[in-house]
Design a protein around this ligand. Structure first.
Ligand SMILES: O=C(NC/C=C/[C@H]1O[C@@H](n2cnc3cncnc32)[C@H](O)[C@@H]1O)c1cc([N+](=O)[O-])cc(O)c1O
Ligand SMILES: [Mg+2]
Length: 227
């Protein structure tokens, strides 16, 4: 059967990127998506904004919702000091398999710790297969996480708001926690945007950019949880 787009993206990384070099993995994926096949990675332009926010926050605990191929996982992990806990959630096993290989190819697998959700044994790779709605309530129990300093939202757009409310309910956000949301214009997350921009519990700011690898407007919304 025909390969999938994530598999073709992985093959491009294995063929063209320098093993153990995260920047080369990132550049290879961006080149592939610009010149061969578009894919829904946050991309280089919005990725630079993501980088600046990660550096500014320098989180000791971080959560990514929607790993997909692991592009933004590598972008984030390459900026984190060792010992940081970056949990990335992906419920599609095929995407998770590709992401794990891309994370390992970049040499970041020890930095990006994952705990499986099978509850049987904890294999330390930071990629958890499971749905955010099921996993968020288990963060303390499974990973010993008290609160997240940084959350990157890039999964199904209608999950941003329910998962943000779930993070609040599970007390996984503290005063000063930063939420950074991709695609708030395209494809758009209107209910999430309305919430973080009008809730007294958040201070929000929009970073105008473009949809990855295109000239279409898109942007990132950075929201500080005020407690
Ligand atoms: O649709 C987009 N992203 C959805 C991303 C979804 C990814 O997150 C996972 N997921 C979903 N809910 C989950 C819950 N729990 C765990 N993984 C989950 C899905 O298995 C997929 O790997 C998108 C679309 C465009 N676009 O131009 O069309 C551009 C973008 O930048 C995008 O991010
Ligand atoms: Mg996105």
């Amino acid at each position: 059967t025909r390969s999938t787009r994530p598999q073709r993206l992985l093959r491009a990384v294995q063929k063209k990127a320098i093993k153990g070099d995260p920047q080369s993995v990132i550049s290879t994926i961006d080149y592939f998506c610009r010149h061969s096949e578009w894919a829904m990675n946050v991309g280089d332009e919005k990725g630079a904004i993501l980088d600046s926010v990660v550096c500014e926050v320098s989180p000791s605990t971080a959560l990514e919702l929607g790993t997909y191929c692991g592009y933004s996982t590598v972008r984030i992990a390459r900026l984190l000091p060792p010992g940081t806990k970056l949990i990335t959630l992906e419920f599609n096993p095929d995407y998770a398999a590709v992401a794990r290989q891309i994370i390992e190819y970049s040499g970041l697998q020890d930095k990006v710790r994952v705990l499986w959700t099978d509850g049987v044994n904890h294999i330390y790779i930071c990629l958890v297969e499971g749905a955010s709605g099921d996993l968020i309530p288990k963060m303390q129990e499974l990973f010993g996480i008290k609160t997240f300093d940084f959350v990157f939202l890039d999964h199904w757009k209608d999950r941003y708001l329910p998962d943000t409310k779930l993070l609040e309910e599970c007390q996984l956000l503290r005063k000063g926690s930063i939420l950074l949301a991709d695609n708030v214009i395209c494809p758009g997350t209107p209910d999430y945007l309305e919430y973080v921009r009008n809730s007294p519990r958040y201070e929000s700011k929009y970073f105008k950019s473009h949809l990855e690898y295109t000239k279409v407007e898109d942007g990132l919304e950075k929201s500080v949880f005020l407690g």
